[in-house]
Design a protein around this ligand. Structure first.
Ligand SMILES: Cc1cc2nc3c(=O)[nH]c(=O)nc-3n(C[C@H](O)[C@H](O)[C@H](O)COP(=O)(O)OP(=O)(O)OC[C@H]3O[C@@H](n4cnc5c(N)ncnc54)[C@H](O)[C@@H]3O)c2cc1C
Length: 419
């Protein structure tokens, strides 16, 4: 079949590789001058990514896709057992081995929490496990964790929630949060490991996947924004060009625009999603290093960032640091200059620097991820016969992540195969 894939982010790339492998003639149409979508490197120097990304060991489909297109994922990503290290003290740290045992051991031996708090949290975790890591759809993470002792909520639940769901615990879906915990702790050895990119983001998937697709006969059209989709015979017309099937792998608002006249209910669902921003503040400080490649930070009203990355330790430019502000709506309102200045103050207050740090760049992605709220109705992958959607926002168990995007792309390719 002749397949059009609209959008060349990780979902579109996964769909394109899957459909090409299934023997279809694929045309991948991307609006930007480069592939990768939100998970790309910036085209202009200095060499920076469009926001710091991390993966976890449970992202099995993303890792398999990277390998499929020729990426040596073991070299491209630094694998570390989950460790929430803070500037002044060691946080919770999982040792290598079966994640569930490592988790229990880590909690029991973490003396910064009173013994009663550790035991209560383990007991609560057991309750979640016995319930199959499921809960009512309308529950927030804050409600789910109301019996979890305060230091555990502050030092573990809040940073994990905002890192995984990009939504503060008070507004985040407990169901999706539990699913992330389940996959990290029960999906086999290494699932909870943190995987930190050692290569620019575009080298993790976008560039190698683009090369792989071209080598396997797929057509890639860059710098072309699809304007119109129409039903044509048994198939679809994309800006006047006929295809047997189409995968919309563009973000939800754009997919809603393209489908409004064709599938009104689906388009309304996609258009109803709300989004959470992420700000990444890149700092520069020659000769400085952090105590670890990744540090957790205590955020607060004047301290925006929750995580800091030492890019030099990850094989990128030495003396360069990425500070991540997730759930950043309040800082978007205050303005990027204020966010950069507050992050710089935070960095100066809690870390030691060899030379005075300065702000290199502040990047904001206003629609970084959909707001992963309780009871959220996400649009399904099937829009109409021969028309599918793929993207991190498609109905499924995951929050907006690379893995969610890849799985949605692969699911669309599999659906075409069965059609
Ligand atoms: C700053 C930041 C940090 C993040 N951190 C993490 C992280 O640590 N871990 C993690 O797992 N996830 C993270 N994410 C989320 C992750 O980047 C996304 O979930 C993922 O990249 C989404 O991929 P996608 O293919 O669904 O969408 P996108 O990447 O948005 O791809 C959609 C593509 O469609 C194109 N397009 C749009 N309209 C059209 C059109 N009409 N015609 C043609 N092309 C079109 C766009 O240009 C884009 O390339 C982060 C996101 C951001 C922004």
């Amino acid at each position: 079949m002749k397949i059009a894939i609209v959008g060349g982010g990780w979902a579109g790339l996964a769909a394109a590789v899957g459909a090409t492998e299934a023997g279809h003639r694929v045309t991948l149409i991307e609006m930007a001058p480069q592939l990768g979508g939100r998970a790309r490197s910036l085209a202009q120097p200095p060499q920076l990514d469009n926001g710091q990304h991390i993966l976890i060991g449970a992202y099995r489909q993303s890792l398999a896709l990277m390998r499929r297109v020729g990426v040596d994922a073991d070299r491209a990503l630094l694998r570390l057992p989950l460790r929430l290290r803070y500037p002044g003290h060691e946080g919770l740290r999982l040792r290598p081995g079966p994640p569930i045992l490592a988790f229990a051991r880590a909690v029991l031996s973490y003396r910064a929490w009173p013994l009663a708090a550790r035991l209560r949290f383990l007991g609560q975790s057991l309750v979640w496990a016995l319930a199959g890591f499921r809960c009512a759809a309308d529950l927030s993470v804050a409600q789910l964790c109301r019996r979890v002792p305060e230091p555990v909520r502050r030092e573990l639940i809040a940073p994990l929630c905002v890192a995984a769901l990009n939504t503060p615990a008070e507004q985040a879906s407990a169901q999706v949060f539990l699913r992330v915990l389940r996959d990290a702790l029960f999906d086999g050895p290494g699932s909870s490991d943190l995987l930190l990119p050692r290569r620019p983001l575009s080298e993790l998937l976008a560039e190698p996947a683009g090369q792989w697709l071209q080598a396997h006969g797929a057509e890639i059209l860059l710098g072309r924004r699809v304007q119109q989709l129409r039903a044509e015979g048994a198939g679809w017309s994309v800006d006047g060009q006929p295809f047997d099937a189409v995968v919309l792998a563009c973000p939800a608002p754009e997919a809603a625009r393209l489908t409004t006249p064709l599938a009104a209910h689906w388009a309304r669902q996609a258009a109803a999603l709300r989004f959470e921003p992420i700000i990444t503040v890149y700092l520069h400080s020659p000769g400085s290093t952090l105590p670890a490649p990744m540090l957790a930070l205590q955020d607060g009203p004047a301290a925006p960032a929750q995580f800091a990355f030492d890019l030099g330790q990850l094989g990128h430019a030495p003396g360069r640091f990425a500070f991540v502000i997730s759930g950043a709506a309040a800082w978007i309102e205050r303005g990027l200059e204020a966010a950069g200045a507050a992050t710089l103050d935070q960095a100066l207050a809690v870390l030691r620097w060899h030379s005075p740090p300065s702000v290199l760049r502040v990047l904001a992605e206003k629609r970084a991820t959909f707001a992963c709220t309780p009871g959220l109705q996400r649009p399904p992958a099937a829009i109409a016969p021969g028309l599918w959607a793929a993207g991190d926002y498609i109905d499924g168990p995951y929050p907006a992540t690379l893995e969610g995007a890849v799985r949605a792309g692969q699911a669309a390719a599999a659906a075409i195969k069965q059609a």
